[in-house]
Ligand binder design. Sequence first.
Ligand code: PGA
Length: 270
Amino acid sequence: MRPVVIAANWKMHTTPADAGELAATIAARTRIEAPVERVICPPFVCLAAVRDALSGTGVAVGAQNVHHELGGAYTGEISAPMLAGLASWVIVGHSERRRDAGETDELIGRKLRRAVEAGLRPIVCVGEQLDEREAGRAEAVVRGQVHGILTAFGDATIGDVAADLGESGVVIAYEPVWAIGTGRNATGADAAAMADTIRAAIAATGLVDLGAAVPVLYGGSVTAANIGEFLAEPGIDGALVGGASLKPDEMAGIVARAGLTAAARAGGAG
Ligand code: PGA
């Protein structure tokens, strides 16, 4: 049974002065019985405040990025070992970083390796551009991203790749780029079809067990009003939420709906 995960990506919002209070409010408003894994990913400089605010709440803390090297002359960067004690999850390969920082599948695979080595649970983002979807190439693009990332991950590895990545608790977020921050979400059916494609692409690299077990989240203009369309799909295991994740009311609604799915799964009903 795959877990249900709701991850908040705060992007470049909040300050160390206000992040803790917002995190505490969201934690309180999303406290439910059902086993939904909640994660908040604030900016690096807010990690300590959010960690302190979330202590004892059951909500985990994630970083939004990590460097592909362990240390060295990389001005302004943050390595995986530096996140020890601050974060237990990390987002890698977000499309805004592909767009603004030139991240490639190869680089994202190396970041994934560093995250796994450091014991961080990675949320690996994939997703097509609008022109790629309109050209009927969305599935091929995402398949290529999965393959490229896992190949680079494997190349950066010494030892048993399958066991390592499988045990890391890795999660994939399918985020069509045209749906991020636009108010234009994918349909539940399209997201579910892509989740199948992602699982098959992982299995095709030889990681057959991981392909079946990996949670796949949808991301892109998720709100309390539309989360149900995604969680109604058995192949979708939660959401990576951007804009709405800064609003406690929205997060309360999203996590409440996720709780229904988690409870149904725990009861063997879905
Ligand atoms: P959005 O962002 O919910 O604001 O569309 C999602 C994301 O980028 O993870």
